[in-house]
Design a binder for this molecule. Structure first.
Ligand code: ADP
Ligand code: ZN
Ligand code: ZN
Length: 728
């Protein structure tokens, strides 16, 4: 009896064998329901075999194989294997976590009636297939291949006329990547939005990327804010669609999907588009996933998890805002969707475009060293839209009151008079308003995390921004009993109150995590901004990304300096990217933009580069520092992260792991250190850093070390390897 090897969603690095009387080689990539302990669980078949390491009498029979959907393609299985190896995460967890929830349970997925209306053509790989490679007795397969070679496109109806059995071959060949399926277009083309004439820079970029569209190249599309990167994406996608292939577009934030989706739908009204982000319910997600998997959806727009979608005719991947840290998953399988996107493009031999105004130093370095191709857009796309004027307000001279300096208030006033919009941006990285006792200096701290509780004035609550814990304001200091405790520092709400005092008639809108929680909140906010119902916006990083506000002319930036004190070696890179992005919100159309940064260090190289819009200057400075200090991109890093109820247990565990390690000379291993935020959600955390100039040797070491760590007793400990960590 055949044996199926199944990857299950369990935290052990092994796969499980079961008996299955009806399994064939074609079942690799299908889901199977199997007994596991006393439970029934569903996993994915990764191999079919006749041999097993388990004594045959101990093998249990599988409950069944689900055949309602096509198996996961072999290339996708390869991606899972790579992902499991590279991130040192169990294969079953990698595969199962990538699937929509409805494919993870023990039920067969209920599918909508799928249309028969498909057309098929040979892929580039399929065109290479020699007729003689198909045995002569497979008459139908030979006939089908000949037809495809001669007619180029075959509808499902035509294929069935050859023989009903052709459908089986077509499915098999799709799986091998020989055949590409697409729905027969039935929707009449509606009126499309006329595309703008490309700027010379855009034209160069589009030509370069589309000319080399049949091979793996990583493009760094490096364009200043407002340079029209979206238009470049649209043109490149268009050329991919013309080849009947699919385009996958990865974006960092859910809040950006409606905006981009609208742009795509307007440009390609008849092209089926699937949206795959974490804001969908299970049914929507399954439906989008199936559209993509069946090749029906041609444009797939999604957040990081979408990188695992099966895409039979993938022709292009775009990663927008590639520097954004939300492409890296921060728990469980700590993958980088950007890096996996590049792996996928390489697998499929297709281009991948990384877009950014401020690329990550890793990508920029790869572009400088020639591993990526660098295309630049140095000017804004809209005529007369100059880059904004960026200036610093020296707060050592212009003292702030309630967080605002006089020059900024004057500029806001001027902007109101001219009936333009302004944005007050509060850099909240490492910063938030806390409750402070003025007599003993006590501040309110979350009991579960070592983070300070953040004051939410409106509902008179203290909230932990890490674990969500909430509590009421205490009446008096918990340490000394003093009743004079007050919020310290300026959060968004505090600034809102101050601004209302200064500008009582202005329409002020505050945007933060709380105000966008409601469904459709974003759409309402964007609508209000676009219809000029807002004079002053107050916001945090949420507002920085990708949005286009044509009437915005002034941006004031508060608390930028806090990032300069950070111990994180990426803090400067992030601050620069963020401030560039926020600054990029100003003056995008016909309104000139002006950006004012309140700082105590106007001469800092970061602000100097920012004022000159000189990404390269800062990037070179930072790269030189990283090289000196031996940080990425000059080395590759991994963290062994661990957490437990008390830090001693954690540090003991990490020391044991360190003692087990036997790294080669090229791999450096550091002593365990407590995490920057020691307590999180009631657990104490620490980590141990390993790094090497050789990615290969680091990987070899990690693989071996991972096995060794697994032998340690860990009942009180949770630990994980974080490869290419972004947070410490
Ligand atoms: P980026 O993503 O690079 O910051 P966008 O793609 O948002 O820039 O484009 C900025 C603005 O320029 C948008 O309003 C867009 O419609 C406009 N735009 C883009 N390309 C052109 C073009 N070739 N001609 C005129 N306007 C353009
Ligand atoms: Zn006190
Ligand atoms: Zn907490």
């Amino acid at each position: 009896m055949p044996i199926i090897r199944v990857a299950l969603n369990v935290p052990v690095d092994t796969v499980f064998d079961y008996l299955s009387d009806d399994a064939t080689q074609h079942d690799i990539g299908l889901r199977a329901c199997v007994p596991f302990g006393r439970k029934r669980v569903t996993g994915v078949i990764i191999a079919i075999s006749t041999k097993t390491q388990v004594p045959i009498e101990k093998l249990k029979p599988a409950h069944g194989i689900f055949r309602e959907i096509e198996p996961l393609p072999i290339v996708l299985m390869d991606l899972f294997h790579f992902c499991s190896q590279y991130y040192h995460h169990p294969l079953g967890m990698v595969i199962m976590n990538s699937l929509p929830a409805k494919l993870r349970n023990n039920k067969s997925a209920k599918l909508k009636e799928s249309s028969n209306n498909h057309q098929f053509c040979l892929s580039d790989m399929g065109k290479q297939v020699d007729l003689s490679s198909i045995p002569a007795r497979n008459r139908i397969a030979r006939r089908l291949l000949t037809e495809l070679q001669q007619t180029t496109v075959l509808t499902s109806l035509q294929a069935k006329q050859i023989s009903p059995r052709t459908i089986k071959y077509l499915q098999e060949w799709m799986r091998l990547g020989w055949v590409i399926a697409s729905p027969v277009q039935t929707v009449a083309a509606t009126k499309t939005v006329a595309p703008p004439v490309l700027t010379p820079e855009q034209e160069i970029a589009v030509n370069a990327i589309t000319t080399d569209s049949q091979q793996f190249i990583t493009w760094l599309l490096h364009g200043v804010t407002g340079s029209g990167k979206t238009e470049v994406y649209l043109r490149v996608i268009q050329s991919v669609l013309a080849q009947h292939r699919q385009a996958l577009i990865l974006i960092p934030e859910i809040s950006l999907t409606p905006q981009l989706e609208a742009v795509f739908r307007a440009r390609f009204p008849t092209i089926p588009l699937a949206n795959l982000h974490s804001g969908l319910n299970d049914t929507e997600r399954l439906s989008g996933w199936l559209q993509a998997q069946q090749g029906k959806a041609k444009i797939i727009l999604g957040t990081r998890l979408a990188v695992f979608t099966p895409l039979p005719n993938l022709g292009l991947i775009i990663v927008d805002e590639e520097q954004d840290s939300s492409f890296k998953q921060q728990d469980g399988l700590r993958y980088s969707a950007r890096d996996l996107a590049i792996f996928r493009a390489k697998q499929m031999n297709i281009p991948v475009v990384l877009g950014s105004a401020t690329p990550s130093l890793e990508s920029y370095y790869n572009a400088l060293t020639g591993r990526y191709r660098h295309v630049r857009l140095l000017s804004r796309a809209v005529q007369n839209a100059a880059l904004p004027l960026i200036q610093c307000i020296d707060t050592r001279i212009n003292k702030t009151q309630e967080g605002l300096s006089e020059p900024l208030i004057q500029a806001l006033d001027q902007c109101l008079k001219e009936q333009h919009q302004s944005l007050v941006f509060i850099n909240r990285r490492g910063y938030a308003p806390v409750l402070l006792c003025k007599s003993c200096g006590w501040t309110a701290i979350c009991q579960r995390c070592s983070s300070r509780l953040v004051v939410h004035l409106r509902d008179k609550k203290l909230c932990c921004h890490h674990c969500g814990h909430q509590e009421h304001f205490p009446r008096a200091c918990l340490q000394c009993g003093n009743q004079d405790i007050a919020p310290f520092g300026q959060g968004t709400q505090r600034i809102e109150e101050t601004l209302t005092m200064h500008f009582p008639t202005a329409r002020i809108l505050r945007i933060d995590r709380d105000s966008i929680r409601r469904k459709n909140a974003w759409q309402d906010i964007l609508q209000a901004i676009h219809t000029q119902q807002v004079d002053i916006l107050i916001g945090t990083q949420l507002l920085a990304k990708g949005h286009d506000f044509p009437n915005l002319s002034l941006v004031g930036i508060l608390h930028a300096d806090t990032s300069l004190y950070s111990t994180d070696f990426r803090a400067s890179e992030r601050l620069f990217a963020q401030l560039m992005q926020v600054a990029g919100r100003a003056g995008r159309a016909n309104v000139a933009g002006h950006v004012l940064i309140q700082t105590e260090f106007p001469d800092h190289p970061l602000y100097q580069a920012l004022q000159r819009h000189d990404y390269d200057a800062l990037a070179q400075t930072l790269l030189a520092e990283r090289k000196m200090a031996g940080f990425p991109p000059y080395v590759y890093q991994a963290l062994l992260r661990a957490e437990a109820h008390d830090i001693k247990t954690v540090l003991d565990f990490l020391s044991q792991a360190e003692n087990l390690a036997n790294p080669p000379e090229s791999v450096e291993i550091f002593d365990p250190v407590p995490a920057q935020m020691l307590r999180l959600k009631g657990l104490e955390r620490a980590h141990l850093l390993v790094q090497s100039a050789s990615r290969k040797q680091l990987q070899e070491f990690l693989a071996q070390w991972n096995i060794q760590i697994n032998t340690l007793p860990t009942h009180k400990i949770r630990w994980i390897l974080d490869v290419d960590p972004l947070e410490f």
